[in-house]
Structure formats: C-alpha cells, structure tokens
Design a protein around this ligand. Structure first.
Ligand code: NAG
Ligand code: NAG
Ligand code: NAG
Ligand code: NAG
Ligand code: NAG
Ligand code: NAG
Length: 676
C-alpha cells in the first residue's frame, strides 16, 4: 500500500507521512524545559516490527512507542539529520546492539523503557555525544558494565528504575559528569555504599524509592553537593539516616514516606539549612515524634506527617527553631491531641491539618478555640471530636472549651503499642507507651517480675526513655510475661499492658504469695512481699479483730504495680490486725496471702528509742536483703526486734507520688496523733 500523503505544516512543501502514522507539529520541551515546536511523526501503537521507511526528512521527534520492533539499523534513521527525540519504549529490544545507533550527534532524548534489555556492556551508547535524556526504566537489566555510559558526557537525566540491579556502581557515574536527575528506584539493592554517588556533583534530584534499603551508610551521599531533592520513598529504613543527610548541604525536598520508622528521634533532622519540605507519610510503624526531633531548619515551610495509623504522640517540644514553617499536615494519624506548645513553637504557622484523627476534646486541645489562634484549619468540616462520648462527632471548633477544666487525666494511646508481642530469644525490643495530658504525664514501666523501671535509670539491659519507650536489649525467655506501662500526673494514672512472648511462651509464677511484716509500731505496720510474675492488679485489705466489726469495716488499698511494700497507717495501738494481699494474674488466676500482727503499745520510750546499734544492724540487713532481692524469703514472720520507723533503702522502694493507697494526708494525721 502506498503511504497516504499528509501535510507537515512546518514545511511549505507536501511531505509524505507513512501509513497510519500521524505527522504534525507538536509542542516540545528540551530536557532543560525550553519550549520548541517540533515536527513530530507519531507511529505509536501500530504493532509494526520495523521502523517505517521514507520518514519526512525534517522529522524532529519520532514516536515508535508500543510496537514490536526488535532491531534497528543506523541506516534506517541516518537520513533524519534533525532527529532530536526518539521514542522506542514498549518494544522488543533485548540487546543493546540491536539498536545500532552508531552516530547520532543531534539526538537529545532516547526512550528505551519497557523493553527486554538484560545487560549494558561497556560503551553501550557510542556516538550519542549530545544525548541529554536516557530512559532505561522497566527493563530487566541485571548488569551494567562500569563503562556502559562512556561518551554520554552531556547526559542530564538517567532513568534506571524498575530493573533487576543488585548494586549501584559508582564507576557508572564517572562517565556522567553532567547528570542532574537520577532515578534508580525499584531495584533490589541491599546497600548504598559510602561514596556511591560521589562523581555526581551536579546531581539535583535523586530517587532511591522502593529499593528495600535498610540502612544508608554515613557517607553514602558524600559528594552530592548540588542535590536538592531526595526520595527514599518505600524502603525498609527503621531510623532516619541522619548522618548521611548531614552531608547533603543543598537539600530542599526530602521524602521518607513509607518506611518502617517507629520514632522520629531527637535531632533526627538538624541544621539542614535549605530544607523546605519534608514528608513522613504512610508509615505503618511510626508512633511518636520525640522531643527536639526537628531542630534548626531555618527554611522548612511544609511538614507532611499524614496517614500514619499508629502516630499518637507529638512531643510539645518536638520542633525547635523552624521559623519559616507555614503548613503542618497531620491528618489521618492516631493523634488524640496536639499541644498548644507545639503550635506556639512555630511562629510563622499559617495552616494546619488535623482532621481524621481520634481527637479527644478536652483540655489539651483547648487552644483550638482560643481567640488568638490565627491558624487556618484545613478541612474544618471533618475536624471532629472522637472523645469524650458526649462530644463525639462535634466539630472541634464548636466545642465550648471555655467551660472545661485546664487539667486532664493521662490516657495511654491504644495505638502506641499492641497488647501482645511475639519475639525470639535474644531480640532487641522497643515498646512505645505514649500519653497526652495536662499537666504532662510521667511514664514508668513495670516488668513481669514487678520491677519498676523509671526514665533515665539504666537497669541492665532495660532502658526507659522519658517519652515512654521501654527498650529491652536481648530479651531472654525468663523475661517474657506481662509488661505494664503507667502514665500518671497529679490527677491520676492510666495503665496499659502488653504480653510479651519469647519463643512463643512465657513463664508462670509457681511460688506462693507470702506477706511479711517488716516493722511494727504502735500506729502503723509496714508490710512487704515478694514481687510476683505477671501480676495484673493487687489490693491490700486489713481490719482489726477486736474493734467492733460493725464500726471498723475492712480497709482496702489498691497497690500500684511495681510496689512491694505497704505502710498501713492510722492503726490503733496494742491491737491485733489481719491483713491480706490479693493479687490477680494475667491468666485470670488470683492468689491471696494473709497475715496477722499486733501493734505495739504506745510508750514514751517508743518515740525516743535510739538504739544505734540496732539501727545500723537493720540498715545493713535491709541493704543486703535488697541487694540480693530476697527480702521476703529471708525476713521472718515475726516482727523484727528493732523498732525504728524508717528504713531508708526500703523507703526508696515505695513510690511516694503515685501511691494510690498511701495518702499523705493520712500520714499527717497519724503523726499528729502521735505527738499528742
Ligand atoms: C534541520 O534543521 C535546520 C535548522 O532548524 C533547518 O534549517 C533544516 O532545514 C532542517 N532540515 C530538514 C531536512 O528539515
Ligand atoms: C469558640 O467556640 C464557640 C462555641 O462555643 C464559638 O462560638 C466561637 O466562635 C469559638 N471561637 C473560636 C475562636 O473559634
Ligand atoms: C541488639 O542491639 C545491639 C546493640 O545495638 C546489637 O549489637 C545487636 O546485634 C542487636 N541484636 C539483635 C538481635 O538485633
Ligand atoms: C528460641 O528459638 C530460637 C530459634 O528457633 C532458638 O535458637 C533458641 O535456642 C530458642 N531459645 C530458647 C530459650 O528456647
Ligand atoms: C482490687 O480492687 C479493684 C477495685 O475494687 C478490683 O477491680 C480488683 O479486681 C481487685 N483486685 C484484686 C486482685 O482483688
Ligand atoms: C509509715 O507511716 C508512719 C506514719 O505515717 C511514718 O511515721 C513512717 O515513717 C512510715 N514508714 C515508712 C517506711 O514509710
């Protein structure tokens, strides 16, 4: 069939256009985005197996996408002296020698994506000395020789994404001194080595998405001094590669979306002087943005932290010195609130998005309704209260916050850690407990054996961070069991538990409960007991035998977890008492241990007794006992012969602030009575 002649409007004369192709002038942009009008021959989607013959001599852009071409000779294109862009994507090339483009010094743009190339040998693209764009994405490239790109000294843009590469070789880049854009994502590369991109001093944009990267070494990004945009989208990074990022001085846009980060930690983003936008979206594991996570980012204008289903905590001081921050996107997280301080720390904030979070409309979020708020809420219609029940689904801006108290109880976020975790013997684990309240809550953890772990105190392989994360280095099978987080402020406490199974099991406590009298005085009795594995709750009850039972009802005190001693105060002198400890365990069992003891007779002698020797003996004994952890086992049931009211080391074991049963006012009353 004869080609049907059509006009190419750029030429004054009639030019033949090959059958089924479309020849017209189309807008065209150079790789540096300069606009041109280009004589374009569009032969896309024709299922042809060879380049059509007799193309218009003035062809600038030749589109041969989605055909079945597997070979191409230089002679087939030789006469197209002005050919600038050649699109051979979605064809059947399997070998780089099958497109014999030996000399096309005018070609700027070559598309070879979605072919079947498996390998690029040395000097794969000879004679393309002006080439600026090369698209090789979506092939099956497993190997690229060190000098594959030799001669491409003008190349600005290289797309190698979605191939089968297993390593990124810095020698490739020595041939590409002008490169500005490199897309290499979607290759299963284990590691980016130090100095991997060093020759690319002109690179402006680097995409390392979907590569399975677990770690970025400290010098991996060395030499990228012009880099402005960097994407680590969809990798396996568990921490922010902060040292590597420090070596990219010009960075403006950073995408860390879809990585399994659990926390954004202190100083993760620091002193990045040109950073304008940061993305921390779609992170399944992200729980918390810790104190001083972002520090001194003088040009940051937009922070995107959205669609993180566990993100339940942003520290009031998470941000420090972000003077240009205008837009804070926090929608679709698990945030119950955002602190006023967080917002106030951003002097230039214009708009904020917190819709689609389980917002608790109480004191923490009260600032939303303050008249000083100059901040625009994005999608106010869907910014709703999730709690308390009576405000559910109310628009947050309509809530009459003024009537509320400015203090509220801590509530531990249900998203921050699971109720059950299975790990292997020797694993390092991190449990993130976060709570928001006013005033800020303090957090501690209690181990299965009842040991209380407080922030900053290093207890062997346990470490509690002030925000509430418990880290256990190399957990052993004996340490499996019930871990409890307690968040408390002056209004009260909230607890949340997690059962940690090591190698699919955890030990049960076999030992029986044992209650021991540590000290007896006329008006108080100090009891102690051995910590029990996996206790869920403990109560202490006591009553006297003698006093009329109708008047003297049984007293109950809830024992805070991690407490193993209790001072029963306001007792009557010389009276027989009966006390019982009730402990409920994680497996729904309960145990009770009881003891009886008689308070002493109040005498003058009592108050001024000062037997130094006895005190020292008792002190030494108690220190020894605490050190060996055998308090309960070694102390006899009989009251000790010494009668000193205070044993300093034991005192330390009794929490003062949050002891729910140890009411300071009661103690005061007892003391008054004592002095009468
Ligand atoms: C190729 O481009 C040059 C400069 O734009 C032009 O003068 C020349 O006519 C073109 N060649 C053909 C065959 O159209
Ligand atoms: C605060 O809430 C009241 C409704 O109780 C509303 O009328 C008022 O406009 C709100 N103020 C601001 C600044 O949003
Ligand atoms: C636990 O952490 C330590 C110190 O960071 C590390 O050396 C060790 O390999 C880790 N163990 C596991 C099982 O990941
Ligand atoms: C736990 O399981 C791991 C892997 O199966 C095994 O190497 C280890 O010895 C087990 N530890 C205990 C205490 O059973
Ligand atoms: C302790 O008392 C609380 C409140 O009365 C109760 O819910 C809990 O079951 C008691 N625990 C034990 C172990 O008796
Ligand atoms: C127990 O309470 C009494 C009376 O309040 C007090 O004097 C004594 O120091 C307390 N003992 C301990 C160990 O706290």
């Amino acid at each position: 069939a004869d080609p049907i002649p059509t006009t190419v409007t750029s030429c004054s004369a009639l030019v033949k256009c090959p059958l089924q192709c479309v020849c017209q002038i189309r807008p065209w942009y150079t790789p540096r985005s300069a606009y041109r009008e280009a004589a374009t021959v569009d032969c896309n989607d024709l299922f042809i197996t060879a380049v059509p013959e007799d193309l218009p001599a003035g062809t600038h852009t030749l589109l041969l996408q989605s055909n079945n071409i597997a070979r191409l000779e230089q002679s087939e294109l030789d006469y197209l002296r002005n050919l600038t862009e050649l699109d051979l994507s979605q064809n059947s090339f399997s070998n780089v020698w099958d497109f014999g483009l030996k000399s096309m010094p005018q070609l700027l743009s070559l598309h070879l994506e979605e072919n079947r190339l498996t390998e690029l040998p040395d000097s794969s693209f000879p004679g393309l000395s002006s080439l600026q764009e090369l698209y090789l994405n979506h092939n099956q490239l497993r190997r690229i020789a060190p000098r594959a790109f030799a001669g491409l000294s003008s190349l600005l843009r290289l797309h190698l994404n979605s191939n089968l590469l297993q390593m990124v070789d810095s020698r490739w880049f020595q041939m590409l001194p002008s490169l500005e854009i490199l897309m290499i994502g979607g290759n299963r590369v284990d590691a980016i080595l130090d100095m991997n991109f060093r020759p690319l001093s002109n690179l402006r944009s680097l995409v390392l998405a979907g590569m399975n990267l677990r770690e970025i070494s400290d010098f991996a990004l060395e030499g990228l001094r012009s880099l402005e945009s960097l994407s680590f989208y969809d990798n396996k990074l568990v921490t922010v590669p902060k040292r590597a990022l420090q070596r990219v001085p010009s960075l403006k846009f950073l995408d860390l979306n879809k990585n399994p980060l659990q926390r954004v930690r202190q100083s993760d983003f620091t002193n990045m002087l040109h950073l304008k936008e940061l993305g921390l979206n779609n992170m399944e594991e992200l729980v918390s943005i810790d104190k001083f996570a972002l520090i001194n980012l003088p040009e940051l204008t937009k922070l995107d932290v959205t669609n993180n289903p566990k993100l339940s905590f942003i520290h009031p001081n998470a941000f420090h010195h972000l003077p240009q921050m205008e837009t804070l996107m926090l929608n679709n997280n698990a945030l119950s609130a955002l602190h006023k301080q967080t917002v106030e720390s951003l002097p230039n904030l214009q708009e904020i998005s917190i819709h689609s979070n389980p917002i608790r409309c109480d004191c923490v979020i009260r600032w939303v309704n303050s008249t000083e708020t100059r901040i625009r809420f994005i999608e106010p219609q869907s910014t709703l209260c999730a709690e308390p029940p009576d405000l559910k689904r109310r628009h947050i801006r309509d809530v009459p916050f003024r009537e509320m108290t400015d203090r509220c109880l801590p509530l531990i976020s249900t998203q921050s850690f699971p109720s059950r975790l299975e790990v292997m013997d020797g694993d390092n684990i991190s449990l993130h407990c976060r709570a928001m309240a006013e005033p800020d809550p303090e957090i501690y953890w209690v181990t299965p054996s009842g040991v209380k772990l407080i922030p900053y105190a290093h207890d062997g392989r346990y470490k509690v961070h002030p925000e509430g994360t418990l880290e256990i280095m190399g957990i052993s099978a004996q340490e499996a069991g019930l871990y409890t987080c307690v968040a408390h402020n002056l209004l009260g406490a909230d607890t949340k538990r997690i059962t940690v199974l090591v190698n699919s099991s955890f030990p049960h406590s076999e030992a029986s409960l044992e209650l021991v009298v540590l000290d007896i005085q006329p008006y108080h009795i100090l009891l102690t007991w051995k910590p029990h594995l996996n206790a869920v709750s403990s109560n202490l009850t006591w009553s006297s035998f003698l006093l009329s039972s109708s008047l003297d009802t049984t007293n109950v005190a809830r024992i805070p977890l991690g407490t193993h001693a209790y001072n029963i105060t306001r007792l009557h002198q010389d009276t027989e008492y009966w006390a019982c400890l009730h402990v409920a365990f994680v497996d729904l069992q309960a145990k009770v241990a009881c003891i009886n003891a008689r308070t002493k007779e109040a005498t003058r002698h009592h108050r001024f007794l000062g037997d130094r020797q006895c005190l020292l003996t008792l002190l030494a004994l108690s220190i020894l006992l605490l050190a060996t952890g055998l308090v309960a086992r070694l102390i006899s049931h009989k009251p000790t012969p010494c009668s000193f009211p205070l044993l300093p080391p034991l005192l330390a074991a009794i929490p003062q602030s949050e002891a729910e049963g140890m009411d300071g006012s009661h103690m005061g009353q007892t003391e008054q009575k004592w002095q009468q």
